[in-house]
Design a protein. Structure first.
Length: 460
């Protein structure tokens, strides 16, 4: 059984029966049949379906958002914003997908070649709970536009969200089998990847889950895209707007109760402005309003589960044991559910074991550095390389950060956030491959070269 528990109350929301072997086989057969017809569908038909799906999400925005809040604890306001982002994602690919698939003609020594993007088949997505809709739409919208079909293995605790995603597609007129939610646990994933009908796999999740999926895809010689964890730096230089930088740092740590791969977790601050930044940052973290995620004005709800909350608290204790100072917060709130207060650590030894980990909760580590070289070295001194955020008014410093920080993304004087137009992904243990924009669509397509001799013409 798959169980969804409200992390704000500890109450069970619902349970779902896991698919057995026959159920998985039926789903794969349905996906294969859907691909045979969808791969040849006109681009206009694909775009029209994406627009219809976007309209279905718009009409059911509140219900979708409330389901996410109940299942994983994010504030209702942030859940509504996530649904709206999904709507923009569907509409982006409806508008731009055809242009992303335009063939390109190049001249060759013997004539010319036409590079064409062709669909590959059913794509399996293994997705996490922290952004239960947007993580899925990042793969689903380009998958539909590309002429592929989608299979979703969602996190067990957000099966209600997964069911709604499939319902929205069906209500919009998606052909049978074009998108299916597979209600299975992780132990079924390797066998599904190995099935000949699955063309490729994408995963957003932990380093451990990514390694397992990559291993299974490697054995099957199938394309895989991995978006894994991050321990993103937020670097503050003397010329930065300290008020805005500190407010953004607070948002980064309490957004989604700190459970976001790309929001800053390590604040790396130049010595000249360290004290001023820390004062502002601590004041902002103290002022966060913790409460019912369904209520307007709540700044942070519970974490996604008691287990996740306890993992973060354990990391704080290990940081203290390694010499860190807990400046405030990071305390368990004694009530039913997965509650804790935001926390700030200083004096953490960057070479300690816990400093190399991702803290997936509302706790920040703040470091002091003497110059830009030290800032970049510390930013890179973790095994992850997903995102980064840099705060400076100096163009030369911006160029250094953009060039030298080892990450897939760098935000300049802003909060790092994914957007349908730009590539999304990381390096090092944060994974490989890219989502979004044309790059995300092309990851799961066959770039086919159609070769013509000097005297050949199309149709010869």
């Amino acid at each position: 059984m798959l169980t969804s528990i409200n992390p704000a109350t500890g109450e069970t929301i619902d349970t779902w029966q896991e698919l057995d072997a026959d159920g998985v086989e039926t789903a794969l057969a349905r996906a294969e049949a859907a691909f045979r017809s969808w791969r040849d569908s006109p681009l206009e038909k694909r775009a029209a379906l994406l627009l219809a799906i976007a309209d279905a999400w718009e009409a059911n925005k509140q219900h979708l958002a409330e389901t996410a809040t109940r299942e994983m604890g994010k504030t209702l306001a942030s859940a509504v914003a996530e649904v709206e982002k999904c709507i923009s994602g569907f509409r982006h690919y409806a508008k731009n997908g055809a242009a992303y698939l335009e063939p390109v003609t190049v001249q060759t020594a013997s004539g010319h070649a036409v590079a064409r993007w062709l669909p590959m088949g059913p794509v399996l997505a293994v997705m996490p709970w922290n952004f239960p809709y947007w993580q899925v739409v990042r793969f689903l919208a380009p998958t539909i536009m590309a002429g592929n079909v989608g299979l979703l293995k969602h996190a067990s605790n957000v099966q209600g969200c997964a069911v709604l995603i499939q319902q929205m597609a069906s209500a919009a007129g998606a052909p049978d089998g074009l998108f299916q939610n597979l209600a299975v646990k992780s132990d079924k994933v390797s066998a599904i990847i190995a099935d000949r009908r699955v063309g490729a796999v994408t995963l957003t999740g932990s380093e451990g889950a990514g390694a397992q999926v990559a291993q299974a895809a490697g054995r099957a010689l199938k394309k895989v895209v991995l978006e894994l964890g991050g321990s993103d730096p937020l670097i503050v230089m003397p010329s930065a707007d300290l008020d805005l930088a500190a407010r953004t740092a607070v948002t980064a740590r309490i957004q989604n109760a700190g459970q976001s791969c790309i929001c800053a977790k390590r604040m790396i601050v130049h010595a000249d402005v360290y004290d001023a930044f820390l004062d502002r940052f601590e004041a902002g973290m103290k002022a966060v309003k913790i409460g019912d995620p369904m209520e307007q004005g709540t700044g942070m709800g519970p974490l996604s589960s008691i287990a996740q909350r306890d993992t973060v608290l354990d990391q704080v204790e290990r940081a203290k044991a390694a010499g860190a100072t807990l400046r405030l917060g990071a305390e368990k709130i004694e009530r039913e559910g997965a509650w804790m207060t935001p926390g700030v650590l200083t004096d953490l030894d960057p070479e300690s074991e816990v400093a190399k980990e991702e803290i997936f909760g509302p706790v920040a580590a703040v470091y002091k550095v003497g110059d830009i070289d030290a800032a970049i070295a510390l930013a890179n001194d973790v095994p992850y390389g997903l995102g980064s955020s840099v705060w400076t008014a100096d163009d030369a410093e911006i160029e250094r950060f953009a060039r030298d920080i080892q990450s897939g993304m760098t935000a300049v004087n802003s909060l790092l956030a994914s957007t349908p137009e730009a590539p999304f992904g990381g390096v090092k243990l944060s994974g490989h491959g890219r989502e979004l924009g044309p790059w995300g669509m092309h990851e799961f397509m066959n770039l086919k070269a159609v070769m013509f001799g000097k005297d050949a013409k199309a149709g010869d």
